[in-house]
Design a binder for this molecule. Structure first.
Ligand code: PHI
Ligand code: ZN
Length: 507
């Protein structure tokens, strides 16, 4: 970044950053949380780290910039604290602009190595000043959070990895180097990245990265899972009664390289050179018509350039997110059927079915097409699924569902108590000769009956495509239930096909 800000520069940078290709694939984080109680992070401790970073800058020409001695001293300060607290640390070096830069990477031993939550902040300043808000604030907040993980001897379900990035101010150089050098297998293990860049701005706003693109501005949504990270952070601010607003994934901080490879991201931001509007001043207090951080990238970004309230709230939000996400108990599969083997499903359990052809069966389905895919020859997992007549026949209308209703019932399933979810994959396909009387329906039958899927046909062409449905089974906790699936071609001869696969109940 140039040292002086010129009119129009931000929009130019935003445009450039927004054109970065953002891979949108990703893996959702584990489901419902049952987290360990998040701690209150000590503001005094966070500020003590800022005092140290200020002293480092003061002793090294007034900055902590890439390639300057104040940067390496900052990296060593952070790393020493983490080593003493039991983290496994790495000083990852890279070269940029003819100077050596460093990322500090700190792994907390334990947790699922295939389910990593990363938390990062850039540790470099610009050359103009000590960079205490930008980004001593994020660096100190995640450092104190990591030290609290150690004090509590936290045993999270997820593996925790903290990172302090070098050369962010020169274009995300450290985080880009880290992501570029991750082996593909290791990249796939990182299920989420939380970024904290400027979290103590003197004229603070409370911004949360807009993972779901609910604001509809700038870049699109983050990779799948980003919305859940945004919600978790928002939950904390809601709990303390502080309203938040979204901030676009414009690519101006170290989440950029992560979302570009499909890793879900989230985080907070209290504002930089942008001007606080009067609406924002009404919402949060502070001064309308003034920058969130008047000392952004200036020599006055010192320990005097910190809003303690904003810093305190954000440090606590970081700990809340880390504890909530990393200690969430991953859902346990209570029961599942992938239909690879016979487990005791019963066709026509009530003896009242009227279908004459295409009755439910378990098997290896043959594909049919008629104005597009109808019966799917592929399953969601393995070779077999539940299908309305697995054979294709000579024409799509052979072995499709005809004549009325076909039903199939699972064996009895004894549910434990607790928070239960049912999920399954399904499709309904029909020709334009079908009608709204045709359907695919899935019900759960216990002491009461709940319909979890009721997909009606229509007099239009609908191609077969696997989708999935999730429903709560909390109302059936502790009961023995059966899953009842029926499909109907109820409006005279028309082309109707249906399939179900991977029925799973998790707690
Ligand atoms: N976060 C700094 C530096 C920066 C600008 C980094 C643009 C990346 C990009 I793309 C800033 O916003 O000024
Ligand atoms: Zn900056």
């Amino acid at each position: 970044m140039p040292l002086t800000w010129r009119k129009g520069m931000r929009s130019a940078i935003v445009a450039a950053c927004t054109t970065l290709a953002l891979a949108m694939a990703g893996v959702l984080p584990a489901g419902p949380a049952q987290a360990a109680a998040p701690p209150d992070i000590s503001l005094a401790n966070v500020k003590a780290h800022l005092t140290q970073l200020q002293s480092i800058a003061t002793a090294n020409g007034g900055n902590r910039a890439h390639g300057r001695p104040g940067y390496l001293a900052s990296a060593n300060y952070v790393r020493d604290q983490l080593n003493a607290a039991g983290f496994t640390t790495t000083l990852q070096s890279f070269t940029y602009n003819g100077a050596t830069g460093y990322n500090v990477i700190a792994d907390w031993p334990g947790g699922d190595p295939n389910d990593i939550l990363m938390i990062g902040a850039h540790l470099d300043s610009v050359t103009a000043g000590p960079g205490i808000n930008d980004n001593g604030s994020g660096s100190a907040s995640i450092l104190e959070t990591a030290l609290e993980v150690s004090r509590q001897a936290l045993q999270p379900a997820k593996h925790l990895r903290f990172a302090w990035w070098g050369a962010e101010e020169l274009g995300l150089r450290g985080s880009q180097f880290y992501v570029n050098n991750l082996p593909a297998a290791e990249r796939a293990r990182i299920k989420g990245y939380l970024n904290f860049d400027m979290v103590g701005s003197p004229n603070a706003g409370y911004f949360v990265y807009d993972g779901d693109n609910s604001d509809g501005t700038g870049a699109g949504p983050g990779p799948a899972g980003s919305a859940a990270l945004e919600r978790t952070i928002q939950d904390y601010f809601t709990s303390i009664g502080v309203p938040t607003r979204g901030t676009d994934f414009d690519g101006r901080s170290d989440y950029g390289p992560f979302i570009a490879v499909g890793i879900p991201a989230g985080g907070t931001f209290t504002g930089a050179e942008g001007i606080k509007s009067s609406a924002q001043a009404t919402l949060w207090g502070g001064t309308a018509g003034q920058a969130f951080d008047v000392c952004y990238h200036r020599s006055c970004d010192t320990t005097a350039n910190i809003n303690d309230t904003a810093l305190n709230r954000n440090a606590d939000a970081i700990a809340y997110a880390v504890w909530t996400i990393a200690t969430a108990v991953p859902p346990v599969v209570v029961w599942q059927d992938t239909f690879e083997t016979a487990t005791g499903w019963t066709v026509n359990p009530g003896g009242t079915d009227t279908a004459t052809l295409g009755l439910w069966e378990r098997g290896d389905p043959e594909a049919t097409t008629s104005s597009g895919a109808k019966q799917l020859g592929t399953t969601v997992s393995g070779t077999n699924d539940l299908v309305t007549g697995r054979l294709a026949g000579a024409a799509a209308g052979d072995y499709d569902l005809d004549g009325g209703v076909t039903s199939i019932q699972s064996p009895p399933i004894t549910l434990p108590t607790g928070t239960l979810n049912l999920s399954f994959s399904w499709y309904l396909a029909h020709g334009s000769n079908a009608s709204s009387a045709d359907y695919l329906r899935v019900r759960v039958v216990g002491s009461t009956t709940t319909t979890v899927l009721n997909q009606a046909g229509a007099a239009t062409n609908r191609n077969g495509a696997w989708g999935s449905t999730t429903a709560s089974l909390n109302a059936f906790a502790g009961q023995t239930v059966r899953i009842l699936i029926d499909a109907a071609d109820a409006s005279g001869a028309s082309l109707v096909e249906a399939g179900v696969d991977d029925v799973r109940i998790t707690r």
